[in-house]
Design a protein around this ligand. Structure first.
Ligand code: BGC
Length: 774
């Protein structure tokens, strides 16, 4: 895809023309979700795309199939069961027959077409003027939302206006339950995930204006129900219930020039929330309540929710509309994709597709959570709750890996158990433990939520730290420094390495934070502290050992280059000669080369050591950061979408402003312009969040690692200004950075003291302002 695939508009993404070859990608662009249900942007009339052209997709967050994994060679501790987000029955489809002709963009004439994602409203609208093969012209408007207010509901409105005829229109609404996942068909590399149909129909009916279904997943045994309730000005002409499909047909006698409205509420639930025998009644109830409100009212509620979200999280940029569009598109998608019930996380692809089997990765904690922690802390807390909720699975996993105490979080998962099959790039990424701990600590630092520290965070921090205290040792050959061997850092082109710089640094901080959490908990709630110590059988001596590790953590360092190599062996590897790699293979190394070939090269797929340095930049001088940045700049291929945003932020910090802007621009429009050429499979949630970080942590230089809020704003020379809000310990601060000055406005009555460009600033009352030269 080329640049500017969609016209540049600040609040809207418009598909101006229906082009079959862009369909698959557009389905992701127009995907809607509310963190519980997600649906791809497929057409209401049900376009018959092949598996290479499109994918009907409807999902419930956390709802999966699980099968026995077949390994060619099995080792102890390999996960035995897969987890795949299951594609669920589709209820969006409404076949429209205009006086005998099926409304189908493949036939007749498209006179006018556009589809818009209205990011301010949280709604997708498609307008089509179509002439049937028989010359009947109709104006059709399709509106759709996935309700941010009612977690089980998706709502659709179709308006039809016959332009040059009076006659009959037939509308048939479907429930298609013969569903299957497509990843096995479209991704030949992975022999993983359900193949064929995995949702057995347990109940299927059409009654009154309802279509209802209950299904059970063959292997995971999970149950779900879904249904629709339609409202149509016509009469029911037919209802049909087959083995896997059900439908209701309405017939309308229409008059030329009049507009006819058809509304459909769609609901999904599953047995995580409702007992199996109550699910259908529950769905009927929810659908009825939504229909009583009606589509227009649902849209108003949606708008209210969106207004609230944008008032907290929007970033306004003056000076580059294309980037402004990218920023909002990215924020919109991450907001709608996050699990928010405390027992679901956020997939690397949100709920926008089957990519990565719907798995949750470290992407959530290191990329997405910082955004929510500073803007939507309640949402952030729910995502952290999910990790707390799966702490026992992590404890079990730690035991399997030989750690008697502590918890080891999985690299990829839905239900909390490890689901990655290739351990060098899966389980070996132990850093996920420290990443999760980092997010918990960041949440505590920014919100000051002591209750959460006592109830959940301290336990997670301690249990994750315990694994770090067990996985390594004080190695004599390294001056008795604490070494951690056989792990993989974030960079997936160097696997099973010794002393990955990022891992060692994050592990040390994890331990430090665990110690801090215990001390603080003891101080604020001694009873809860005693109870925790008892529950996890914590011994004071553990802290002594932690102290030794904190003091003596080993970091690879090259005296000559004065940089921190990514791991002990990094500089020994073969210099990367890209000219030897045919161009068409360059971005698909794992598809074209044996992993060992990749692991032996001195290059990196993505930001690794420099991510650690960025997160803990207070431990490094600017000179050190520069030297390391310069080095990693030459060896990083940015083959992961998680990379450029990190380089951009660090570039900003060290004053490489042009590079910062270049990286930021790539990150902001990565998915809109389909730079990685795989947007069809789903959003890149981590990078989307990385765009927000690029502005807030990059250009605005927001940091909290000194224990208080620090801001070092600058304005990219390409912009006139930018503006955003931050929440910090109950205070709500608006920050506007313009050409020569930064203006701070306190938006509530919660006093905030912070540092800007080294100056201490205190704002006390709502409306208090401070203007500073930059
Ligand atoms: C990256 C990982 C990331 C995963 C999911 C991989 O390509 O290397 O860091 O967690 O994608 O986004």
């Amino acid at each position: 895809m080329g640049a500017n695939t969609y016209p540049i508009e600040e609040w809207v993404i418009t598909e101006e023309k229906f082009l079959k070859e862009w369909n698959y990608r557009n389905e992701t662009t127009f995907a809607l979700s509310n963190g519980y249900i997600g649906t791809r942007g497929t057409f209401d009339e049900g376009y018959p795309f092949t598996v290479d052209e499109g994918l009907e997709g409807n999902f419930i967050n956390g709802f999966y199939e699980s099968e026995h994994i077949m390994y060619g060679e099995w080792n102890f501790g390999f996960p035995e069961k897969s987890q795949s987000l299951l594609n669920l029955p589709n209820l969006k489809k409404t076949k429209i027959v205009i006086d005998g002709d099926v409304f189908d963009l493949n036939q007749g004439e498209i006179i006018n077409y556009n589809r818009k994602l209205l990011m301010k409203d949280g709604v997708v609208v498609r307008n089509v003027t179509w002439k049937s093969p028989n010359g009947k012209k109709v104006v059709a408007e399709f509106r759709r939302l996935v309700s941010l207010e009612k977690k089980n509901i998706m709502a659709i409105q179709i308006k039809l206006t016959p332009v040059n005829f009076s006659g009959k229109i037939e509308l048939t609404t479907y429930l298609e339950a013969g569903v299957e996942n497509h990843t096995r068909k479209t991704n030949p590399l992975i022999d993983y995930g359900p193949y064929g149909k995995h949702l057995a129909v347990k109940e299927l009916k059409a009654e009154d204006n309802y279509l209802l279904h209950k299904g059970k997943v063959i292997h995971s045994g999970l149950s779900m129900a879904c249904g629709s309730l339609t409202k149509c000005e016509g009469v029911i002409k037919n209802s049909e219930v087959l083995e896997e499909d059900a439908s209701l047909t309405y017939e309308l006698s229409v008059e030329e020039g009049k507009t006819y409205v058809f509304e459909k509420m769609i609901g999904y639930t599953c047995d995580f929330d409702i007992a199996e025998d109550k699910m259908i009644d529950f769905i009927k109830d929810e659908l009825k309540k939504a229909m009583d409100l009606g589509y227009d009212e649902m849209e108003k509620l949606q708008k209210k929710h969106m207004d609230e979200f944008w008032s907290k999280a929007d970033i306004k940029v003056e000076g580059d509309e294309a980037l402004q569009q990218g920023i909002r598109f990215n924020l919109f998608h991450i907001m709608q994709s996050a699990g928010r019930d405390g027992r679901t996380g956020m997939g690397a692809k949100g709920l926008s597709g089957e990519g990565y089997e719907g798995h949750y990765f470290w992407d959530t904690e290191m990329y997405v959570l910082p955004v929510f922690i500073y803007t939507e802390s309640e949402l952030a807390k729910q995502l952290l709750n999910y990790r707390y909720d799966t702490l026992n699975q992590a404890r079990d996993r730690a035991k399997i890996l030989g750690h008697e105490k502590g918890a080891l979080y999985p690299w990829r998962t839905i239900n909390g158990e490890e689901a990655s099959t290739y351990f060098p790039l899966g389980t070996a990424q132990y850093h996920v433990n420290a990443d999760i701990a980092y997010a918990f600590k960041l949440y505590l630092d920014i919100t000051g939520d002591d209750e959460f520290l006592v109830d959940e965070a301290a336990e997670v921090l301690v249990e994750t730290a315990r694994v770090w205290a067990d996985v390594g040792c004080f190695a004599e050959c390294k001056d008795n420094k604490y070494c951690i061997c056989a792990v993989t850092g974030p960079d997936e082109y160097n696997a099973i390495v010794d002393n990955n710089f990022y891992t060692n640094l994050m592990a040390r901080e994890n331990i430090r934070d665990a110690k801090w959490a215990l001390e603080k908990m003891k101080e604020i709630d001694k009873d809860a502290y005693d109870a925790l110590v008892k529950k996890i059988d914590f011994k004071e001596e553990e802290i002594d050992y932690w102290d030794r590790i904190i003091e003596n953590m080993y970091f690879p360092y090259d005296e000559k280059m004065q940089i921190y190599p990514q791991d002990d062996g990094f500089l020994m590897r073969k210099p990367w000669d890209e000219s030897k790699i045919p161009e068409e293979k360059r971005h698909l190394l794992y598809e074209n080369y044996h992993p060992l070939f990749v692991y032996r090269q001195k290059m990196a797929k993505q930001a690794d050591a420099i991510l650690g340095m960025l997160l803990h930049s207070n431990y490094f001088t600017n000179e050190e950061l520069k030297r390391n940045y310069d080095f990693y700049q030459t060896v990083t291929l940015h083959h992961s979408s998680l990379s450029t945003c990190i380089f951009g932020i660090l570039a900003s910090q060290i004053g490489y402003d042009d590079e910062a802007y270049k990286y930021f621009s790539q990150s902001a429009r990565m998915d809109l312009d389909d730079i990685h050429n795989n947007f069809y499979a789903g959003i890149h949630a981590a990078n989307m969040a990385g765009t927000w970080q690029g502005i807030v942590f990059g250009f605005a230089g927001v940091r909290s690692n000194a224990g208080y809020l620090q801001i070092n704003p600058k304005l990219p020379s390409q912009w006139k200004s930018y503006e955003f809000c931050l929440q910090y310990k109950g205070s709500n601060l608006n920050i506007k950075v313009a050409e020569r000055e930064v203006e701070y406005t306190l938006l509530n009555d919660c006093e905030l003291s912070y540092e800007s460009l080294g100056e201490k600033i205190v704002l006390s009352k709502e409306g208090d302002k401070y203007v500073q030269e930059i």
